[in-house]
Design a protein around this ligand. Sequence first.
Ligand code: F0G
Length: 457
Amino acid sequence: MELPFAESYKIKMVEPIYRSTRQEREQWIKEAKYNLFNLKSNQVFIDLLTDSGTGAMSDRQWAAMMLGDESYAGASSYYNLKKAINDITGFEHFMPTHQGRAAENVLFSVLVKEGDLVPGNSHFDTTKGHIEFRKAYAVDCTIDEATDTELYHPFKGNVDPAKLDKFLSENAAKVPFVIVTITNNTAGGQPVSMECMRETHKIAKKYGKMVVFDSARFAENAYFIKVREKGYENKTIKEIVREIFSYADAMTMSSKKDAIVNIGGFIAMRDQELWRQCSKFNIMFEGYVTYGGMAGRDMNALSVGLDEGTEFSYLETRIKQVEYLGKRLTELGVPFQFPSGGHAIFVDANKVLPNIPKEQFRAQTLAIELYLEAGIRGVEIGAIMADRDPVTRENRYPKLEFLRLAIPRRVYTNNHMDVIAVALGNVFERRAQITKGVKISREAPIMRHFTVELERA
Ligand code: F0G
């Protein structure tokens, strides 16, 4: 018999979690104003709010923490990280930031000005936020296939080269750079093919534009290239990653994802002049250029995390777990963005709760139902997160309404995946009885989903 698949690690430390009662959860979600961000973590049994900063570090990472150099300037931890980033990405210059959005803030302070247009593939909400905050616009050039959740496409996160080329031919003067998010989080943790990166780079260069990669999940993207794209099956993840970054001029990184640390980020680039311009903002917003808001010990853990996160055995364990949850949900008939993504399952709330008016926020309603069912916390990636149009202030209703179930790295077992699948299956079975959604009673002017207050419609 062929041996079954198993994790490429064993568990050395555990953290108890509490299985609450439905009655407790009814009370807690009401107190949280039906916003799952407001729940206390001990009110949650399985926490799938995000895969960001929620991973389990390895013994090697914890050991590296102890060797952290906390010198203000020129710490050895900084040089360890510089070497790790150079080895993995090939970028010569880098600066640490406290997380990914801080990297966006610093880089966009240099590159983005009022009236600019920034094309890309489904910009993540903080990326869009940092663009719109500067009175510029994020322009989505993702392939149309991404919006059909039942359709198989191996690289559903791709930029559409024809859309990008057309957009640049008409608007090049207002475009500071093209941004490619790998993997494409908003479209469902979907990968971008190497072919697409190569093509995007070529198109951008035709118009003399820089290419920036939002690289939070670059290693998961490389895994999909290895297993799905012709010509890459015999390459190592590290070789694939090197080629990926050869198609970018700069990258922003949220290290909390594929570098498996609890906090941290960075910007890396080829051009020293760009580094000089960024350093001014980095010093103002983040910290001196050799720590940028990070402790020396955290930079050390990040250096090790970049190495571990780009090992095939780790990535295979990681992505097969997400795939396993996807398979269980398919058996139960629950519709989600297919195929399953790298870091999460994106449940198609439009298909689960079509009877709820979209103005009553289907994905949020589904998130609340799943929490009530089993204490599982997911996150809405739909109309609440899409915010209002910055000019008209009208609600924006994206084509896709997702309940995202993000799987933290190296944290839960497949028994937890089984609980998630059955809980969601139960909600799916009683979907016809869920007829009322929620309405907003208070919201912030930008990135409202974090703090929005809701009530039953
Ligand atoms: N880019 C992408 C693609 C992201 O997914 C995130 C964060 C960021 C940038 C910002 O990084 O959180 O370190 O400031 N995504 C998290 C998520 C929050 O849950 O998907 P950050």
